[in-house]
Design a protein. Structure first.
Length: 390
């Protein structure tokens, strides 16, 4: 009897569970139908609005329907890898600033064994920029000699060239005591001829003896022995495979008789004379080891035509102190002895090549350009070119 009651209870429970599940399924079906019906109604209204718009009729107002939210789909995207930190490359400096204790360099400046007072001592680094005739700034140090001709500078370790200037602003001034206006340590007349002073500790004997000045004189002549006027005379010296030009003190061109006369520091050098030849440039050179005056020098060249006379204006008056050039057609005749300047009386004497030439002045600002007629030159000639406006 008790077993039957248990069986009946289980059957009742199973029946109730089935009824509950059928009710839940019915509710779900009804809800789904409502959602689908609402979506169909919204679609019909949108279609009706489009048709009404196309037909030009007013669109009926309807309550907007909020669409069901779409499910969110998460897509996995890998995170980008951060680039490595940029490296800052610091270039190695060419030179490291000196932070140690500088060395003391001292010496004396003398001329003929006597101290040179108030000489300006200039120190430059020894490098490829300071191996020419003149130094390149900036200098490493500078000072002046005292009454005993002594000087002292402080320098970091390195190689230097030291020069003593009697008059730094005008070291080519004609000396009155027979010594050069500038001399570099190691008996050099230019910085390129100087000797390196290597500083690694204190230096107490960086002495500079000013070079003596000697006179150089002579003549430039043609192969016929006639003096060549207006020839250019220059000096140079080959040193370390480089030709350094030198600046003489005095006349750097020959006078009407072909003579020259100037002064230069005593040293080995090359003397060159250059002037016009018959068809081009002509020159001659002499190598000298100057230790004393030389006034007997003769340089012989294959000279061109010597033309002399007086520059005049259209009224026949001399044109004094007039700079002029020689032209062939429209081209300036380029040669070292062609053209120049007339003297105070308008006279001139030049050496030019063979050809047909005319003379033109070099006018100053506001002055007219003047020229002469053509002249045929083939041999020595005397003429008075008339310069006028053409």
């Amino acid at each position: 009897m008790r077993a039957d009651s248990h069986r009946l209870a289980r059957l009742a429970l199973t029946k109730m569970l089935g009824l509950f599940l059928r009710g839940v399924l019915a509710v779900a079906i009804i809800a789904a139908g409502l959602v689908v019906g609402e979506q169909l109604r919204a679609t019909r209204e949108q279609l009706a609005q489009g048709q009404a718009a196309n037909a030009g009729t007013p669109i009926p107002t309807t309550q907007p329907v909020t669409p069901a939210p779409k499910p969110t789909v998460r897509v996995f995207q890998p995170q980008p890898t951060a680039p490595p930190a940029a490296r800052t490359v610091v270039p190695t400096p060419v030179t490291t600033p000196f932070t140690g204790v500088p060395s003391v360099v001292s010496g004396s400046v003398t001329a003929g064994g006597k101290p040179v007072r108030a000489a300006q001592v200039m120190v430059y680094p020894s490098n490829s920029f300071n191996h020419g005739p003149t130094p390149m700034p900036p200098q490493s140090a500078s000072t002046s000699t005292d009454d005993r001709g002594s000087y002292q500078v402080s320098l970091p370790p390195g190689a230097y060239r030291i020069g003593a200037f009697r008059n730094y602003n005008n070291n080519l001034a004609d000396p009155t005591d027979g010594f050069a206006g500038v001399t570099w340590y190691g008996d050099g007349y230019t910085i390129g001829f100087g000797k390196d002073l290597v500083v690694s500790s204190n230096v107490s004997a960086a002495d500079i003896a000013m070079l003596r000045v000697v006179k150089v004189a002579g003549r430039v002549v043609g192969r016929d022995g006639v003096g060549v006027p207006n020839a250019r005379v220059d000096l140079s010296r080959f040193y370390g495979g480089i030709q350094f030009p030198l600046v003489p003190l005095g006349l750097a061109a020959t006078d009407p008789s072909g003579a020259f006369n100037f002064s230069i520091a005593a040293m080995p050098l090359t003397l060159r004379a250059q002037a016009s030849g018959p068809t081009g440039e002509a020159w001659a050179t002499i190598d000298l080891d100057l230790r004393a005056d030389r006034t007997d020098l003769v340089l012989t060249i294959d000279r061109g035509d010597i033309v002399s006379g007086t520059l005049r204006d259209v009224a026949g008056r001399p044109l004094p102190d007039t700079n002029f050039g020689v032209w062939s057609g429209d081209a300036l005749v380029f040669c070292t002895s062609c053209g120049g300047s007339s003297d105070g009386a308008g006279r001139f004497m030049i050496t030019i090549p063979n050809g047909t030439v005319h003379f033109k002045n070099w006018p100053q600002v506001g002055e007219p350009e003047l020229s002469s007629k053509d002249y045929v030159v083939s041999g020595d000639l005397t003429l008075d070119p008339v310069l006028q406006v053409h």
